[in-house]
Design a protein around this ligand. Structure first.
Ligand code: PLP
Length: 401
């Protein structure tokens, strides 16, 4: 006997009825084991993971070094409050400061929390100035501050009114940002590549110009590196491709290879405004996540970062070389790649067919297939993917590629 949803009366109902809230449209596949770039479902079928949990498991599944670090921490203890000293947190913070060019780190559990912290720190620094300019198509998370910064109506629908003080302008257009600045503007918040918005890469020099504009107007530049950061594009943070330093950087997703962790990294000027009690988190900077993240960051050396950039070029060149007329555009950087199809070719359909063939990929909107392979992907696995992809497009289009 089960209880009907919304009823206290016990009646016989379909036991297949999911009691999970309907927030995701899920593929009917359940995984039981992962190793490196490979993951296996309950039937033992093998898949190559070209999605990485949406840019999370950069070093693949079951990475021996990362696993050992997490297991060692579990064996010692797995939680103490942030009211006590943590040398591993200090160590990770120093590494993030080194890579970012910034000064101080706040640890939380997710991307959206990292953005919330960034918004709060920004407002505190602004001393009354509160307007944040973000971009149309930008995605920053689902909690109210980050949802309000997110520049796409479909995420807001049914949840308004949003947090006041957010303006959205065209991505990649400096003039649009300049025009939106008012006396109340405190910051600009951007991704360097809009991930959820369609793998839209910022035009060359956009970040440089943004940096100059923000400095000139005495407003903060916040870069959301939740998806692009921690090596994904071939630099530790993607803004380093343009050699600028923002005022605040947010990171999450890949930082602990799948154990929840987020970080908000800020400049000295902002850090000095934050005092005990201004912000906090029970679980933020959890010891297991911090242990894994310390290992992840150590693995991301120059050689590994160059390899990521090179692998990305190999994949993008190969995709161009397929000469598939259903592909409108291939774009991205490092191992963050979008394949945009012409109208009428559904990215979701292509993703489903690739899943059947043993490949996990993502989508961004209707027509963009998103691939976010692990940093440990090999040429052989890339070749297997390209062959499967070509077959899928042949099947969809009815043409022989
Ligand atoms: N910011 C960016 C750029 C993202 O891509 C995401 C998630 O996709 C978020 C923020 C929110 O991260 P989370 O889902 O961990 O809250």
């Amino acid at each position: 006997m089960e209880t009907e949803p919304g009823s206290l009366v016990q009646t016989k109902v379909n036991t297949n009825y999911s009691r999970l809230l309907n927030t995701y449209s899920r593929y009917p596949v359940e995984f039981s084991y992962g190793n490196g770039a490979y993951i296996y479902d309950e039937t033992g079928k093998e898949y190559i993971d070209f999605l990485c949990g949406i840019a999370v498991t950069g070093f693949g599944h079951n990475h021996p070094g990362i696993k050992a670090a997490a297991v060692k921490q579990i064996e010692n203890f797995w939680h103490v409050s942030n009211l006590y000293t943590s040398t591993p947190q200090e160590t990770l913070a120093k590494k993030l400061v080194h890579h970012s060019g910034l000064d101080s780190v706040f640890f939380c559990n997710s991307g959206t929390e990292a953005i919330e912290a960034a918004i709060k720190f920004t407002r505190r620094w602004g001393k009354g100035k509160y307007e944040i300019i973000s971009t149309i198509g930008g995605f920053h998370g689902r909690t109210y501050g980050s949802l309000s910064a997110t520049g796409e109506y479909k995420y807001w629908e049914g949840f308004e009114p949003l947090v006041p003080g957010f303006t959205h302008v065209t991505f990649g257009n400096i003039q649009a940002i300049e025009n939106a600045i008012t006396n109340d503007t405190v910051a600009v918040l951007v991704e360097t590549i809009q991930g959820e918005g369609g793998v839209n890469v910022a035009p060359n020099n956009y970040l440089n110009e943004l940096r100059s504009l923000c400095t000139e107007k005495n407003i903060l530049l916040i870069i959301d590196e939740v998806q692009t950061g921690i090596g994904r594009t071939g630099k530790f943070f993607s803004y380093l491709h343009e050699e600028i330093i923002p005022d605040i950087v947010t990171a999450a997703k890949g930082i602990a290879n799948g154990i929840p962790l987020g970080a908000t990294i800020c400049s000295k000027d902002i850090a000095k405004e934050i005092k005990p009690g201004n912000h906090g988190s029970t679980f933020g900077g959890n010891p297991i996540a911090i242990a894994a993240a310390n290992k992840v960051v150590d693995l991301l050396n120059e050689e590994q970062l160059n390899k990521i950039e090179q692998l990305g070029k190999t994949i993008m060149d190969a995709l161009h070389g397929l000469n598939i007329s259903e592909i409108k555009n291939v774009r991205g950087r490092g191992l963050m790649i979008g394949i945009e199809f012409i109208q009428g070719i559904s990215a979701k359909d292509a993703a489903k067919r690739l899943l059947e063939k043993g490949f996990l990929v993502g989508t961004s909107g209707e027509t963009v297939l998103r691939i976010l392979p692990p940093f440990i992907i090999t040429q052989t696995e890339i070749m297997k993917f390209l062959l499967a992809f070509r077959k899928v497009i042949s099947d969809i289009s009815g043409k022989e590629y």
